[in-house]
Design a protein around this ligand. Sequence first.
Ligand code: CP
Ligand code: NVA
Length: 307
Amino acid sequence: RKRFHGRDFLSIGDVTGEEIRAMIDIARELKEARYRGDRHTLCEGKTLAMIFQKPSTRTRVSFEVAMYQLGGYALYLNAQDLQLGRGETIADTARVLSRYVDGIMIRTFSQEDVVALAEAATIPVINGLTDWEHPCQILADLMTILEAKGRFEGLKVAWVGDGNNVCHSLLLAAPRVRMDIAVATPPGYEPHPEIVAAAKEAAAGSKVEVLNDPVEAVREADVVVTDVWASMGQEAEHTERVRIFRPYQVNASLLRHARPDCIFLHCLPAHRGEEVADEVIDGPASRVWDEAENRLHVQKALLALVL
Ligand code: CP
Ligand code: NVA
């Protein structure tokens, strides 16, 4: 556990499969402890600055509650209200925050900004979502898969929809825990080739497929995952994307191609009737509420380890 102390968490590619499992083991212990009503002081006296340049429900609440439950304190900082919004540099912001707090969680647009923040900071930086990746989400997804299936090895996970930030993190994570992954996006909306190449490189025997046919991706899948068709910052493309992505909706008829015991995940917020039909998100395969809850537990594990 010592090897995590002081580390940044900017990409799911920053951690090995073994480290992912270690974090999930701790998250499961913390989840049980929470259910028993045990109190923790793993982050007593520690503070976390949370910078948000985009909206959030789950990330904001789960990080803030996580710090409280660990005996620490979290500060919500809207990027617009910081001097960052008036031109103070990211590096200077990082230097100053490093003198006050013990860690920084940031949600913003560019991954490069998060890297720049981490380089100038002397404290751990956690990526709470960029346009490029959403690593905390994938820790929660993996924990949810392990709870439902009891293993990762030999499972097939299918991603259907946009080759976006969440898809990127899932692509990097799946081979690390020895799951096969098949991604189906409309042509032109595939995950970035750099991510696909990194995922393939991490795959020691597990399959990484990038396709355009949702039926082929979902065939015999144990886990089916989707996300919104227009991410934060892409609002202007929404109408066009809805037209292009229509054949990629996760509905009962698509799910029939997956294994009968397959589970459905979605990082939320969901655009019901677009990327997912009510019958699926509210149906027996859905684990989305456990997935949302697990954000809290995995982030408590991550915070306890890096802080
Ligand atoms: N899944 C997720 O990150 O949700 P929020 O945008 O509400 O934080
Ligand atoms: N892909 C979505 C995820 C939201 C949690 C977005 O970036 O808006």
